[in-house]
Design a protein around this ligand. Structure first.
Ligand code: BGC
Length: 342
């Protein structure tokens, strides 16, 4: 073939190739869409409803698919709900565990299926497979409770209640509170006359513990460490029955509306504000980041879960009493003035 005819053939073949290509639709691989599973142990406390609402709103605003399951404080139900979500193809599991130790199985199964795990508010123990722990500084929560209580009542008989033994947070809260209270016990200023964990964080269990403590001590109790607002509510009911509500300083945690109302009335001394809006936002952001294949630049703390140092994002809790309740809870938009001051 001559040089020119060869060039023509090459040109024709090239034209044919281009026209074939033009005829085809370019098939772009569909961008993978993030699907999150949210597993909450309970909605018993108002705060968990807020966590759920915030994460739901964040996902809706960003076009993220969200599956939500509530385990009604049953670790086995939580595991089967998570199994189902993993099977249905979630990419990230946001897990607030009912049982901090048992939930290691859930985390390991998720990890094996290539699902990222965010240990949400409560740390899952005994597994190397938690991708990130997003919570508040929970030891500091206890420090805030202990600090307020020992200032309000530096001497006397104390009842010390702690949260559910299945919840690792309960240990951290107590550890923080006792770091402040124990030195005063050692000094002989404070005597612990009752000390008990509240099974399942139930207010009615706290009520019974407090009733028994008051009876056993002939009402001679001057301070109460209640680990959260729900349990504080139970204790205050027992104190009220003895005409002691408002006379015995008592702590709380969660900035529940009922607790805020008790603070302005004077029957509860303090609560700890953990802004669930920030926690929910942080979890959804982390889910997006990990799904996108990026490192979590803000997970710059670690908390040990008996197996590894888990990369952690720990937000700052705020101590709230009648002096700063307006600024902390109302001005921040967390609670409404008309609801708090009824
Ligand atoms: C949470 C608290 C909550 C408690 C009971 C803890 O793990 O940190 O905010 O009050 O569980 O649900």
């Amino acid at each position: 073939m001559k040089r020119t005819s060869r060039a023509i053939v090459v040109l024709l073949v090239a034209m044919l190739f281009v026209s074939v290509l033009a005829g085809c639709k370019t098939v772009e691989p569909e961008a993978k869409k993030l699907k999150i599973g949210l597993s909450l142990a309970t909605l018993q406390e108002e705060r968990w409803v807020r966590d759920k609402d915030r994460i739901t709103a964040d996902c809706a605003a960003q076009g993220i698919e969200l599956l939500t399951q509530i385990a009604n404080m049953d670790a086995a139900i939580q595991e089967s709900q998570c199994d189902q979500m993993i099977t249905s193809g979630i990419n990230v599991l946001i897990l607030a565990a009912q049982d901090s130790a048992a939930a290691a199985t859930i985390v390991d199964k998720a990890h094996a299926a290539g699902v990222y795990v965010i240990s949400y508010d409560r740390l899952v123990m005994n597994t190397p497979n938690v991708d990130v722990y997003i919570s508040f500084d929970n030891v500091q929560v206890g420090v805030l409770q202990g600090t307020w209580l020992t200032k309000a009542m530096p001497k006397g008989n104390y009842a010390i209640l702690s949260g559910a033994p299945t919840d690792n947070n309960a240990k951290l809260f107590k550890q923080g509170a006792m770091s402040i209270i124990q030195p005063l016990v050692d000094k002989g200023d404070i005597k612990i006359v009752a000390e008990q964990a509240v099974i399942e964080w139930k207010p009615e269990n706290a009520l019974k513990i407090m009733e028994n403590a008051l009876t056993a001590n002939k009402n001679n109790i001057q301070g109460v460490l209640a680990p959260n607002d729900g349990t504080a509510g139970g204790c205050i009911q027992a104190l009220a029955a003895q005409g002691l509500a408002g006379k015995v300083p008592i702590t709380g945690q969660d900035a529940e509306l009922a607790a805020a109302q008790r603070i302005v009335k004077g029957t509860q001394g303090m609560t700890v504000f953990k802004d669930t809006r920030m926690l929910g936002d942080a979890a959804v952001e982390a889910a997006k980041t990990m799904f996108g294949g990026y490192k979590l630049a803000n997970a710059n703390q670690t908390v040990n879960n008996n197996t590894v140092d888990v990369p952690s994002i720990l937000l700052v809790p705020i101590s709230v009493n009648k002096d700063n309740i307006d600024a902390a809870l109302i001005d921040s938009g967390y609670l409404k003035r008309a609801d708090v001051y009824q």
